[in-house]
Design a protein around this ligand. Structure first.
Ligand code: ATP
Length: 363
């Protein structure tokens, strides 16, 4: 059977375990040897106990768990060719030439880079006598399928990344909890949510919690946002509201690209409106807890499709990501998605807000 390895890389997200489980079980079902790689690319470089064969039961009772049971890491070594050479050796010695990488755009870019230099790595290892020609022949090509695990929904090419829905649940629980205390004391609450480059969590949680105002990175508020914000807050109070909720994405900026922070907003609301104002930074709570039903099912479907895509791979097929399009699991070219994702980041850097919104919307 074919050798497949699955690993999680970059920031963890709820649903990664469900994806790992689906890859393992679909792989075994189709007669493959499936391996876990612990601690992301670091485990691939280190080898040894970090790469272990998975059994059907090794993924029992993990579908409901948050985070990733096989660990995730950021790995400097893998950014260097020496590190990738070690990683290639560890894979080839175990007969693994199919990878399912579950991570964000950085992890997927790393995987693509690895795949592009694979032939050279195999040749060098063979020349050095670190692998046998039989091992080299078995692993002549490297097939890669990516699954996007990220709570931010910051990847172009898929409607939803694995973890986003659960993070939204966490955020809404927190906002709903805050609303009662805000109501009691007629307070304004400023809540910071994750999303350094992507306003999805902020926007969707603002819409679904009836927030007064939202700050996102791709679509900065009007030039004179201070007055606009105060006008909205006071209008709501005059209409009989006892509270205001303001949602701020971590990466919120003004039209000149300068950060808009919770402290700045608090200062303005307190000074101009004399409202009792508090800040709540949700932080890692958003990544915590169990995955939602949506994320579990999404991850299961993506994981199963990833293995089928690996079975279909030919030497000439490009690296792909399995993504969600409407209600369909579809295969899309990995680098096309990465390039589009980088395009959004560049548009934001260039302060071309129309383009940023357009590109983000097209994802
Ligand atoms: P998140 O969105 O949660 O940050 P990510 O996958 O984008 O997830 P990164 O820290 O960018 O997270 O990448 C994870 C790891 O992938 C890096 O630590 C590194 O080992 C590897 N990696 C990223 N980019 C590259 C690259 N261009 N070449 C080789 N390896 C890379």
């Amino acid at each position: 059977g074919k050798g497949i390895a699955v690993f999680t890389s970059g920031g963890d997200s709820q649903g990664m375990n469900a994806a790992v489980r689906a890859v393992v079980r679909m792989g075994i079902y189709l007669g493959c040897k499936v391996y876990f790689i612990r601690e992301g690319y670091q485990g691939m470089v280190d080898g040894g106990d970090c790469i272990v064969e998975a059994q059907w039961t090794s993924v029992s009772s993990i579908i409901h768990k948050g985070g990733t049971v096989i660990g995730s890491a950021r790995c400097k070594d893998f950014r260097e060719v020496e590190g990738r050479m070690k990683a290639a050796k560890n894979l080839i010695q175990r007969g693994i030439n199919n990878l399912v990488v579950i991570g964000g755009d950085g992890s997927l870019t790393g995987a693509n880079c690895f795949r592009n230099e694979w032939t050279t790595l195999v040749k060098n290892l063979l020349d050095k006598g670190e692998i046998s020609s039989e091992q080299a022949n078995k692993c002549e090509y490297l097939n890669i399928v990516g699954l996007v695990g990220s709570i931010d929904n910051d990847f172009c090419g898929t409607d939803m990344t694995i973890g986003t829905d659960s993070a939204l649940h966490r955020i809404l629980e927190a906002v709903d909890a805050i609303v009662y205390t805000a109501y009691s004391h007629q307070r304004t609450f400023i809540m910071e949510v994750m999303g350094r480059h992507c306003g999805y969590l902020a926007l969707v949680s603002a819409l679904s919690s009836e927030a007064t105002y939202v700050f996102v990175p791709e679509f900065p508020p009007p030039e004179d946002w201070e007055s606009d914000l105060c006008k909205r807050c006071s209008e709501e109070r005059e209409a009989g509201q006892r509270l205001n909720i303001i949602i701020v994405a971590e990466g919120a900026v003004d039209r000149n690209g300068n950060p808009i922070t919770c402290e700045m907003i608090k200062d303005i609301v307190e000074k101009r409106l004399k409202q009792d104002t508090r800040i709540t930074v949700l932080g890692h709570i958003q990544r915590g807890g169990n995955p939602s039903a949506f994320d579990r099912i999404l991850a299961c479907r993506m994981g199963a499709e990833a293995v089928i895509a690996l079975m279909d791979a030919t030497p000439n097929s490009e690296a792909i990501v399995v993504s969600l399009n409407g209600n369909q699991a579809v295969r899309v070219p990995l680098m096309k998605c990465v390039d589009r994702t980088l395009g959004v980041a560049k548009a934001m850097q260039d302060k071309d807000w129309d383009l940023a919104v357009e590109l983000r919307g097209r994802s």
